[in-house]
Design a protein around this ligand. Structure first.
Ligand SMILES: [Zn+2]
Ligand SMILES: [Zn+2]
Length: 133
């Protein structure tokens, strides 16, 4: 997956669809970390920015599954912000949230409820956190 060419949009989207499908089906790839995957995040970014989910009836659902995985992995647990990125302003989470907004999926990472059962973010909190109106 390290051979993904960044200067070939047509090819990039083909790679992205393959990567999205692999991660949505739980197969992962050689770049997968314990809780997140840079390759899957790249694929999600390509799909979201090009507004092109994998073809077929289940295409959008595959993207939604990966978006949920990314949101779960990057959800900020405290003042340190996102763990994988170490940033309070995580662009990967924004990409995932953008997709979930588009398909009107109200997913919340399980960690939110497990760690802060009395402080589950509202829709307004989510929009503020992700910088989306
Ligand atoms: Zn992976
Ligand atoms: Zn992050």
């Amino acid at each position: 997956m390290s051979m993904v060419p960044e200067s070939a949009p047509g090819l990039a989207i083909t790679w992205a669809h393959r990567i999205i499908t692999e991660h949505a089906e739980g197969r992962g790839c050689g770049q997968c970390r314990a809780r997140w995957c840079p390759t899957a995040e790249w694929a999600l970014w390509v799909v979201v920015t090009e507004h092109t989910p994998p073809p077929g009836e289940g295409g959008k659902k595959l993207v939604t599954t990966v978006a949920r995985q990314v949101l779960t992995a990057h959800w900020p647990y405290g003042v340190d912000g996102c763990r994988p990125c170490g940033l309070p302003d995580c662009t990967r989470m924004q990409v995932a949230a953008t997709w979930l907004e588009v398909v009107r999926d109200n997913y919340l990472p399980p960690a939110v409820q497990a760690l802060r059962p009395t402080a589950v973010p509202t829709d307004d909190d989510l929009r503020r956190i992700t910088g989306m109106d």
